[in-house]
Design a protein around this ligand. Structure first.
Ligand SMILES: Nc1ncnc2c1ncn2[C@@H]1O[C@H](COP(=O)(O)OP(=O)(O)OP(=O)(O)O)[C@@H](O)[C@H]1O
Ligand SMILES: [Mg+2]
Length: 334
């Protein structure tokens, strides 16, 4: 059984024009020790998906469907149950590490209090654990780091401290929402490598959310692509990146820096970049929301919600046209 099984998750938010679904009928799993990437342009509902797992939706936000975590339904949890779950079983790190760190308190105070709150250990034992955690996240001088305030560290080091805080209670699932977006490329690579190592060493399940598909290529086991609150494609990382089947995924990959396109493939060339902007919440197009930007859309795409097409056991798309299938290329060549 998977650690996390989300079924038909719909998240409704209050907007100026009334309630609107920011996440729509989303179903996915994260296995024990699995690394799942979630990617999609801004506003596709990635953060709302993560926040719904933690019971942290914005005021007036509502989630329906089912979230089974470690064998139990958590979507119906009380505030108190969610509080217990957060930190203890599911931890989250954010783009800005200061979201989970206090600028005025030393790292020692924050880490040890956090550890003592959750693990009920002595002060000395908590200090020892804090030192170990800081070396786990590869902070160069853990003793000196304990005495410092988070504001004294660089962005990359602060994110490592936030990861140490997240790990303090030995969560089963770590959710990272754009953990490296604010960092420069080399620092970013270090943090991603660390997440990769942690998942291996601790059999931790990890969910990384990003709008930059490139970030996920060497890290994840599987990737789910979202558009306008819905899944458009999910597959093993290598399948999805090398043989994307949804026009949106194909466009995202073609737009990655350094991506070279097969000059012979006119299908790929047509999608070098995805024109237009993602739709705003409350204004999602009917049918397949991507149809307004898709070169392959047919009449049905405008009116019918796409159903999932299983390409293999681990790969599926939501596209009735499936323009990059072998069958479609044979028909195109005729
Ligand atoms: N508190 C809120 N109230 C109403 N709408 C909101 C609220 N927070 C976010 N939204 C809207 O919900 C939609 C989904 O937002 P979400 O933050 O999940 O997107 P995202 O995929 O994480 O995007 P990004 O890559 O920009 O972080 C967006 O259209 C956003 O404008
Ligand atoms: Mg987000």
């Amino acid at each position: 059984m998977d650690l996390l099984t989300v079924k038909n998750l719909t998240v409704t938010l209050a907007t100026g024009r009334g309630d609107a679904a920011a996440v729509r009928d989303l179903s996915f799993t994260v296995g024990h020790g699995e690394f799942l990437g979630i990617a999609g342009e801004s506003g596709s509902g990635k953060t709302m998906t993560a926040l719904s797992l933690l019971g942290l939706l914005p005021h007036k936000g509502r989630a329906t469907g089912s979230i089974n975590f470690d064998g139990r339904e958590i979507l119906t949890s009380s505030k108190r149950e969610y509080r217990d779950l957060r930190g203890k079983e599911i931890a989250m790190i954010f783009q800005d590490p200061m979201t989970s760190l206090h600028p005025m308190l030393t790292v020692e105070v924050q880490l040890t209090e956090h550890l003592r709150h959750h693990r009920k250990v002595s002060k000395d034992a908590a200090r020892q654990s804090a030192l170990e955690l800081l070396s786990t996240v590869k902070i160069p001088d853990p003793e000196a780091a304990l005495r410092a305030h988070p504001s004294q560290f660089s962005g990359g080091m602060r994110q490592r401290i936030a990861i140490a805080m997240a790990l303090a209670c030995e969560p089963k699932l770590l959710i990272a929402d754009e953990p490296t977006t604010a960092l420069d490329v080399t620092v970013q690579a270090g943090i991603l490598k660390l997440l990769h190592q942690l998942r291996k060493e601790r059999n931790l399940s990890v969910m990384v959310i990003t709008h930059d598909l490139g970030v996920l290529s060497s890290l994840t086991d599987r990737i789910m692509i979202m558009y306008a609150g819905s899944e458009v494609e999910t597959g093993l990382t290598s399948d999805l990146l090398q043989r994307p089947r949804h026009p949106y995924t194909k466009g995202l990959i073609a737009a990655l820096p350094g991506h070279t396109n097969d000059a012979k493939s006119s299908q790929t060339k047509r999608l070098l970049s995805i024109e237009g902007m993602p739709p705003e919440l409350g204004n999602f197009p009917s049918g397949c929301a991507f149809h307004t930007r898709c070169n392959y859309a047919i009449a049905a795409c405008k009116s019918e919600l796409p159903e999932s097409i299983q390409i293999s056991d681990s790969h599926r798309i939501f596209c009735p046209v499936d323009p990059f299938s072998a069958k479609a290329s044979i028909e195109g060549a005729k």
